[in-house]
Design a protein around this ligand. Structure first.
Ligand SMILES: [Zn+2]
Ligand SMILES: [Zn+2]
Length: 343
């Protein structure tokens, strides 16, 4: 089968390869991939900012159909519509594994990063990670369960009350999903972007996000202040991974506000005004990936219509057309790009 493989660290080094069709071992499920999403982290991986266990087939956001099950699998049958958590291997013994925080296990191996993922016709997942799709969740939406779970994870790390004013910086897929999750909790949501993000800001409006602000044209701080009697935002989620955005977030927050870092930075060390964190008693929280407990709620958010993931899909290509897909993302014309496998 054809697979899109990151062969070595550094910029590029992404190749179409012919690979053996994998067979499921005990307690494993073989999935025929229907759609696999390109994640911001795949872009970082492609550009060499983010290291994965090479060589590896990328693609950690996917949906598909069960085509074979290994010994000991009674939970799934051939023909089931599924998606899978990215967790492929965990030690099962550390404190994090015991509390279900698999995303923090030092020995964790993830699909599409350390273990062959969804940019191929077939992949193998462990049965504990696989989820059946609810009735109203189609394959395209389901391919976005993983990013949605990441945003659910971030939102769960903060406390959001009905009527809070929440700013989401960065209107990419993660920002647009975060905004919808936050909205489902009864907050007033402002999503922000730049002139280059026009398509994404328009999408936010279409999705019913309260305010979609181009910060190069409108005064964001003035809007936040007008909505909060001058106090500032209750929560800010930084979803862009841009250094100026992180700084701006501290400025927008009220005293005792909460700052959630969701976006990945191209450089790990950035300057961050700790003085503001002290003076305003800001609570800062990082959010890494997702964990098991985020998946069912995420599927339910799509099933009940609180989150429209499918409408974020602007482009679909086969795995062979990576370069075109990459350009569509870099140019800002695409929101979410899904890849489909080849035989
Ligand atoms: Zn992802
Ligand atoms: Zn562990």
């Amino acid at each position: 089968m054809k697979a899109l493989v990151k062969t070595a660290q550094g910029f590029g080094n992404l190749e179409m390869q012919d690979k053996q069709v994998p067979q499921p071992g005990a307690d494993q499920v073989k999935i025929e991939v229907k759609y696999a999403g390109i994640c911001g982290s795949d872009i970082h991986t492609y550009e060499g900012h983010y290291k994965v266990g090479v060589p590896v087939t990328l693609g950690h956001e996917f949906s598909g159909e069960v085509v074979e099950v290994g010994e000991g699998v009674t939970e799934f049958q051939v023909g089931d519509r599924v998606t899978s958590e990215t967790t492929f291997y965990i030690c099962g013994e550390c404190a994090y594994c015991k509390s279900g925080d698999y995303n923090l296990c030092n020995h964790r191996k993830g699909l599409g990063t350390q273990q062959d993922g969804g940019f191929a016709k077939y992949l193998i997942a462990r049965k504990e990670s696989v989820h059946k799709l609810p009735e109203n969740v189609d394959y395209q939406s389901a391919a976005m369960t993983e990013p949605l779970a990441c945003t659910h994870h971030a939102v769960e790390k903060t406390e959001i009350n009905k009527g809070d004013v929440v700013v989401v910086i960065g209107p990419g897929p993660i920002g647009l999903l975060t905004a919808q999750v936050v909205k489902s909790r009864g907050a007033t949501v402002i999503i922000t972007g730049l002139t280059n993000d026009k398509v994404r800001l328009d999408k936010a409006k279409e999705l019913g996000i309260d305010y979609a602000v181009n910060t190069q044209e409108e005064d964001l701080k003035e809007l936040v202040n007008s909505l909060t009697d001058g106090y500032g935002a209750d929560v800010v989620f930084e979803c862009s991974g841009a250094v100026p955005a992180a700084k701006q977030a501290l400025d927008l927050l009220r005293k005792k506000g909460q700052y959630g870092q969701v976006g990945l930075f191209a450089q790990p060390e950035i300057s961050f005004d700790l003085e503001k964190i002290i003076q305003k008693e800001i609570r800062v929280v990082g959010s890494r990936s997702q964990k098991s407990a985020d998946w069912k709620p995420s599927l339910e958010l799509m099933n009940n219509g609180s989150v429209n993931a499918k409408s974020l899909v602007t482009h679909e290509y086969t795995i062979e057309d990576w370069d075109t897909a990459y350009q569509a993302i870099k140019s800002g014309e695409a929101i979410k790009v899904l890849l489909t496998p080849l035989d």
